[in-house]
Design a protein around this ligand. Sequence first.
Ligand SMILES: Cc1cc2nc3c(=O)[nH]c(=O)nc-3n(C[C@H](O)[C@H](O)[C@H](O)COP(=O)(O)O)c2cc1C
Length: 254
Amino acid sequence: MKRYEQERNFLKSNFNEFKNIKTDKMKGIPQPEKVKSYDINSKIINLPDVDKDVLKRKDIYDCIKDRRSTRFYNDESISLDELSYLLWATQGITGTNKSGMTYRTVPCSGATHSFETYLFIMNVDTLEKGIYRYLPIEHKLLFISAMKDVDERIDAITLEQPFVPNFARKAAVTFAWSTTPYRSEWKFDITAHKKILIDVGHICQNLYLAGESVDIGVCALGIYDQEAVDNILQLDGEEEFIIYLAAAGKKRIK
Ligand SMILES: Cc1cc2nc3c(=O)[nH]c(=O)nc-3n(C[C@H](O)[C@H](O)[C@H](O)COP(=O)(O)O)c2cc1C
């Protein structure tokens, strides 16, 4: 069998096998934390309330039609209103159910939402260059650390890009989504992993469409250095690790 053929099974449904499995949830093992906790003494940054006034293009048809991966950005910063909107559009909480599971702007299998959003901020009004984490329940930012050379770090993380070399370092912000797989495995066991990958695609698509609606160009980044990004964000690489990134910035006319 060819090397890649072995990996194909991962794409298939394994629900018949799953039917015979007693999941950790069924065993009565307590549910893991639904969102990552943080030290309450950390520096927290308020985000502006999300308001439709931020929109530059209000027609969803146009946003869907015109969405393109954008790898050329100008030097203009993005505003905190725009960042707040992009975070809400990708992971914002829009409801909760009886067991405290969150509903968000993106669908997610079993509402397990195994993701955290880290931001490499390079050019956002009023924010120091550095690393931040989105707190979806509070709709705030957790400041993790300042990083003067954040553009160089992003450049190193995003390796040799095939289309436009080194484009991510010119972005205003790079989103990095981690997964904590056990949030989904607790409920879905061996079927969790395919779901996690599908779920994260919804997040990035919302970033693309929300970006389009405020004239911010987005480009997904599947090519990245796993160890380097996990190390910078101090993720253990087992219980939590990055699975997808996307660069965003004001579009530059080529
Ligand atoms: C999962 C995924 C990973 C991607 N990774 C990269 C990447 O690392 N670098 C890049 O320049 N584009 C990347 N892209 C963007 C694709 O190249 C782009 O979507 C494709 O060429 C189609 O162009 P369009 O998005 O403008 O329709 C990625 C897209 C997806 C969905």
